[in-house]
Design a protein around this ligand. Structure first.
Ligand code: ADP
Ligand code: MG
Length: 418
């Protein structure tokens, strides 16, 4: 009897593995739905084959195992194609072993298949509890039916303990698998919901910062247009106002463009960026602001030309946000250092200041939308944007800081070949 228990438990293990574990894994990979369903049906079939391969042999050539659990789970989750494929698998594989049980298999498998083909359209709408109930009841009756069929049509040779074990394990296996399948389904729905809210939040943040930044140039343009109403305005003034208005409109346009580019990373604008060139550009843009704040800028570049993949504008936006923060952290002046080093696969971009630094608590919050210690002057969007850009480029950001000593940003990007 010990041997029988072991075989049943082995069957049980096969079922958990091929009906639960593998389908969950399949759900995690990125594949078209059709492929996923196909792979799951394959896994269900392997469950049936495993169970039939290691069965309990009852007198008269009967093979008892837990394969019907796979039929039931396949019927509930795999739809009509699964029911048909599993029916075929069951019959053809069982036939290889011969014996009286082949006929029984054909009858039982066909009954199950027909049952699920008709039931499936109604199954989809059921709740978790209802599915659990239907599954368990089906599991129970299907084991009773199996034993009864063998007993009535052949000789009554199924031992009592075997029958009880079959009923118990088959029902439990179905219940456990349905329970966890449903749980995983709920978790996926929850995960998507969280992702969706997060996305909505980003969109609303973007919207607020776009409207803020676009409003300024628009206000300027409106002012000039009002001035130009004056018919006595000399033509050269008029021309100048027009020129300013157009350049302001261009600015508004490029802000919108930048943010939209950020909201939806485009594969086309991705190019190989020479990090040395990009760093130089940042230094060029940031130096006037640094000078105004008595900050000296030091650069430690690298002689080797190194490339990373990304969008030029976004990388610039990211570096500007970080360097601007550094300068703002040194209200009494100081030193801004930018440097490049490399290891085997990555470029490390070091940006450090000798400013006010951050407490551990502030450090933890950095990159959170709207986290700012600058009151009215801050938006708390700069670091969030930078972080997202770095992540979109497959990079990472490490920040270390000491209060009243300064802050160190280390950006790490994978090196690409030119
Ligand atoms: P903002 O600059 O508008 O406040 P950011 O997202 O750019 O928003 O920065 C968020 C916060 O992170 C800042 O308010 C500041 O407290 C902190 N921070 C960022 N960079 C530095 C830095 N280099 N030194 C000290 N604090 C910094
Ligand atoms: Mg900032």
């Amino acid at each position: 009897m010990d041997g029988m228990m072991q075989i049943f438990l082995l069957n049980f293990l096969f079922l958990l593995f091929f009906l639960l574990f593998i389908p969950i894994l399949i759900d995690q990979i990125h594949l078209p739905d059709k492929w996923k369903t196909g792979l799951k049906i394959l896994s269900f079939s392997i469950a049936i084959i495993s169970c039939i391969s290691i069965p309990i042999k009852v007198e008269g050539g009967f093979i008892l195992d837990l394969r019907l659990v796979a039929t039931i789970i396949g019927g509930i989750y795999g739809g009509i194609p699964a029911s048909i494929v599993l029916w075929l698998t069951n019959i053809s594989y069982r036939s290889l072993f011969g014996g009286e049980g082949v006929e029984t298999t054909v009858v039982l498998a066909t009954v199950h298949m027909i049952f699920f083909v008709f039931l499936f359209p109604k199954l989809k709408k059921l709740t978790k509890t209802e599915k659990l109930l239907i599954g368990t009841v089906t599991g129970y009756f299907s084991s009773i039916f199996t034993i009864a069929y063998i007993t009535i049509f052949y000789s009554p040779t199924v031992p009592f303990v075997v029958s009880i074990t079959l009923i118990l394990l088959q029902t439990t296996a179905v219940a456990i698998i349905i329970y966890f399948q449903e749980l995983m389904g709920e978790m996926t729905i929850m995960k998507n919901e969280i992702l969706r809210t997060e996305k909505m939040e980003i969109v609303s943040q973007l919207a607020s910062s776009i409207s803020h930044e676009v409003r300024n140039p628009l206000t300027v343009v409106k002012g000039f247009l009002q001035l130009m109403r004056d018919s006595n305005l000399p033509p050269e003034k008029r021309n100048e106002f027009l020129k300013i208005s157009i350049s302001e409109l261009d600015r508004a346009n490029s802000i919108i463009g930048d943010y939209l580019a950020f909201a939806k990373p485009s594969q086309e604008r991705q190019e190989n960026l020479c990090i040395n060139v990009e760093l130089e550009k940042t230094v060029e843009v940031i130096t006037p602001l640094a000078n105004m704040n008595s900050v000296t800028v030091k650069v430690h570049s690298i002689s080797e030309e190194l490339f990373i993949k990304g969008e030029k504008q976004l990388l610039q936006q990211c570096l500007l946000n970080i360097t601007k923060n550094c300068i703002e952290a040194m209200p009494k002046g100081g030193e801004l250092t930018l440097g490049i080093t490399r290891n085997d696969n990555d470029i490390l971009l070091h940006i450090s200041d000798t400013g006010v630094g951050m407490s551990e608590e502030q450090l933890k919050k950095i990159g959170e939308p709207y986290f700012s210690t600058k009151g009215e002057a801050g938006t708390g969007l700069g670091m969030m944007t930078s972080l997202r850009i770095i992540q979109s480029m497959g990079g990472s950001l490490k920040i270390t800081s000491q209060e009243n000593k300064g802050t160190n940003f280390e950006l790490c990007f994978p090196i690409v070949k030119k």
